[in-house]
Write a protein that binds this ligand. Sequence first.
Ligand code: 5GP
Length: 140
Amino acid sequence: MMRAARAAPDAIPDETMTIDFETYDDDNIFARILRGELPSETVHEDEHVLAFRDIAPQAPVHVLAIPKGRYIAHGDFHRDAGDAEIAAFWRAVASICRDLDVTRGGHRLIANQGPDSGQIVPHFHVHILAGKPLGPLVAG
Ligand code: 5GP
């Protein structure tokens, strides 16, 4: 079925419209961070998960948690990853939130998938945002 053409809303970065969300890109930024080819400020690492500070923080605390496996977004992660990998990922996210001391004050988890969400890095990641009242769930 043909997909109807749509204008990109202002809030969606242009680059997301050109990303291939069907095939994992081994040269995406987070794959390169995982291989150590690009620096990152690591806050957590274990067998399955890496978490590091976002380069352009949208809140006083803005950390990205990613699985080490080759997953584009939450859809293929939850379809293709093993149960142990999925459990390890979400347990790590909760543990990172405790370590960041953002449990009592509160925090927001965001996982973008595909163009309408504004996803710009095609490696599954969860944003952990905290440190101030975060406002409405969806901008605009
Ligand atoms: P998305 O819109 O794909 O859900 O979010 C991707 C996030 O990755 C953005 O918040 C962006 O600031 C962050 N980001 C992009 N490039 C880099 C990078 O090279 N290093 C780090 N630490 N974060 C990045």
